[in-house]
Design a binder for this molecule. Sequence first.
Ligand code: SF4
Length: 371
Amino acid sequence: QAAAAHEQKLVVVSVSPQSRASLAAKCKLGLQETAQKLTKFLKSVHYVFDTTFSRNFSLLESQQEFLRRFQRQAHDKKALPMLASACPGWICYAEKTHGSFIIPHISTTKSPQQVMGSLVKGYFAEQQHLPPDRIYHVTVMPCYDKKLEASRPDFFNQEYQTRDVDCVITTGEVLKLLEQEGVALADVDPAPLDTMMGAAPGLGGHAGGGSGGYLEHIFRHAARELFGIHVGSIHYRQLRNKDFQEVTLERDGQVLLHFALAYGFRNIQNVVQKLKRGKCPYHYVEVMACPSGCLNGGGQIRLEGESSKEELQQVERLYRSLKAEVPEDNQAVRELYQHWLGGWGSERALSVLHTQYHALERANSALSIKW
Ligand code: SF4
């Protein structure tokens, strides 16, 4: 049945940069080669995109959202801290365990996967002169929780009875596909990368670590826009462990911005408890469910003969080898904001690029949280 559906539909695959880095480490290839060979391997489908493109929108919207929240903190006690929203493992836990208390703190900005869903079933469908339900959209992601995210009712288009992301496969599942087909990625000929917009794409990345760099982008932007301070390199201060770190912006001994990253269940619990006691000092927290973040996601490939520390270091090295781009400088992103979304901060941008959360403070066995 799935095959029959594929025959009638335009099939689009969007690959996350974390998955690409994991495959590159496994196949001992560079990132660009991996992207080109994977594009060729997947070319029984019609288009292969990179979710780094949609992450630009997530980062820009998060930056704007933080400024709005900062400005209303005096009369809205739940405006800050703003908590990151890109990790569905964390979102499921927050909705299920801390529901209505925590939800107002969670950024409403969609994750890169779900922004990609909106771009593919919205902008790209329009370009192809197709209704959204004539596109079958697959993403390749570093974790199983992205499957849960894609299946949320918030990302289902009632009018066309279609999801923004129809199917999520993990990095490990892509490797299995390669193995089932008897294909070694290293032997596949490279193919040019696809782009949603005009010019040929190069592979780019974002500064600030393997979980998307939310903290760093929002920190720099807020420092510049709120205090006129241009931040050079960012200095993290480790707290209890390397998965709990903080960053401050100070002027004349006064703390202007106080951000943290909290990865893994224990550190998240720590932040939530601080919040519940009214003692959370942060303006923003980059929250991720996996220790060490998305490069270490549960759907990534485990490398034989390597310790988990060594394999993570390899994947991180590869991931960092990409030149970091600034989302504001991406011409294609600017054009889409202008011509498709109706400009920065437009109502259309808010409705297309943001979502909502739901308190589920009751037993919900359908959600599997693997911490
Ligand atoms: Fe998935 Fe882990 Fe990243 Fe969360 S931190 S999005 S669970 S890989």
